[in-house]
Design a binder for this molecule. Structure first.
Ligand SMILES: [Cu+2]
Length: 131
């Protein structure tokens, strides 16, 4: 009986290690195995303003518009996390959000976190990807 328990423990560990590897592979290939696309609310923030002083919200809207239309990097903010919007090919999806600076937007996309950076792969751009 004890042998069986040990064996099951080893098996469970092997499964976990296998999963970690599988996740890594999925991350490298960037297709199929991604988490499902989710619809969430994000605020379009200017990265510099947010990084410097946590500037966001209604009061900062005017500044965000100025900063972002002036070429400032933008990101989508949700629950204290910043996401870089990209299309299906991981190219910048910035243009879609320039006119929404400082606004709250509902975006459907897939979150990919890698190397300390969060990407939001926008859905809808995915269609040309479908085979
Ligand atoms: Cu600003």
């Amino acid at each position: 009986m004890r042998k069986l328990i040990v064996l099951m423990g080893v098996l469970a560990m092997a499964l976990m290690v296998g999963r970690v590897f599988a996740d890594d592979m999925g991350g490298m290939k960037m297709d199929k195995k991604e988490a499902a696309a989710k619809s969430m609310k994000y605020e379009v923030v200017d990265v510099a303003c947010y990084a410097k002083e946590g500037a966001k919200g209604e009061k900062h809207k005017e500044c965000a518009v100025k900063c972002i239309s002036g070429g400032g990097e933008l990101a989508l903010l949700s629950k204290g996390k910043l996401y870089i919007p990209v299309d299906a090919d991981f190219k910048s999806a910035r243009e879609q959000f320039v006119s929404k600076a400082g606004e709250s937007v509902e975006v459907t996309g897939t979150v990919i976190s890698k190397g300390g950076v969060n990407y939001l792969k926008i859905s809808g751009d995915d269609k040309k990807d479908a085979k």
